[in-house]
Design a protein. Structure first.
Length: 304
């Protein structure tokens, strides 16, 4: 068969293959464009406008971003968000790792304990927050009733500027610690037994085996859980909305709640969009920093 004949046959087949490929990926491309790219582009444009809910909008350039830099409440909200993240991330990861170490063994009935800890992950966040709001209630809450039984005067947890955020942090940790626990259990079960045998032959204690064998081998999972938990903590909203609504005295008002307040209570859609892109930038920078720092402590990532 001549080369020209082969090219004539190859051309229609190649075009048909391309068309078939585009047909297969078109739902994803269409959904990605309509549900992500277009809303992000519109939100970016809105961030440069004064866009009220009713009435016409007008282009104002970077005025929204300049206003953010001079907004004292924004800096307080950003500080609250950092406070929540710094309080939640270490507590979540350490508790999840401790639970994984306890529940990674193969024992009768161990699955029941794993399930009990993982159930809150599947529970509705709103329902979980409502339950804990009543548990932290000043007069009739279960926690203060238990303290009263011990002759201890319970505080007004969610109405105290120093205690409200720690209460929300504890609630959030108990809600999501089960997910990281499951990931750690899977990582612990993948550590080769031969490494423990070698460490035992060298006279290493359990503590040394943990720090010299277990911990380095599960650092990829620690990195994964750390990144996911940090991103999730920066986007916290549901617990704040249900339990404190940013109070008392804005002590628990975080960035996502502030965005919601500006957009859907004050109807400042342009300013809220600018705040959303500030949050996007913060998450992006922190993720990139973590990605670069992984080479210093994550096992087998030094040459990546």
């Amino acid at each position: 068969m001549s080369d020209k004949r082969k090219k004539r046959l190859k051309g229609p087949l190649a075009r048909e293959a391309q068309i078939t490929g585009w047909l297969f990926i078109s739902p994803m491309v269409l959904g990605f464009t309509l549900l992500l790219l277009f809303p992000m582009g519109l939100a970016l444009y809105m961030s440069f406008t004064d866009w009220p809910l009713l009435g016409s909008h007008r282009y104002i350039g970077i005025d929204n971003y300049q206003h953010i830099m001079n907004d004292s409440l924004f800096w307080k909200v950003l500080g609250n968000t950092v406070y929540f993240t710094v309080g939640l991330v270490p507590l979540n990861i350490v508790l999840a790792l401790l639970l994984a170490l306890l529940l990674a063994r193969s024992m009768r009935g161990i699955g029941l304990f794993r399930t009990a800890i993982f159930v809150p992950v599947m529970t509705s966040l709103i329902v979980w927050s409502i339950v804990w709001k009543y548990m932290f209630a000043t007069d009739s809450g279960l926690i203060n009733q238990l303290l009263t039984a011990l002759n201890i005067q319970g505080p007004a947890w969610l109405y105290d500027t120093k205690l409200a955020m720690p209460a929300v942090i504890v609630t959030s940790v108990l809600k999501n610690v089960g997910l990281n626990m499951v990931l750690f259990i899977a990582a612990l079960q993948q550590v080769p037994a031969s490494l423990y045998e070698a460490a035992k032959l060298d006279g290493a204690s359990r503590t040394k085996s943990f720090f010299n064998v277990t911990l380095p081998m599960i650092t990829p999972t620690i990195f994964l859980t750390f990144v996911m938990t940090v991103i999730g903590s920066l986007k916290v909203f549901g617990q704040i909305f249900v339990m404190t609504q940013g109070g008392p005295s804005n002590s628990t008002k975080v960035l996502v709640y502030y965005i919601w307040e500006k957009a859907f209570k004050l109807f400042q859609l342009g300013y809220a969009s600018a705040l959303a892109f500030v949050l996007f930038f913060v998450v992006l920078v922190l993720t990139l920093v973590q990605w670069q720092l992984r080479k210093r402590w994550v096992f087998n990532e030094s040459d990546a």
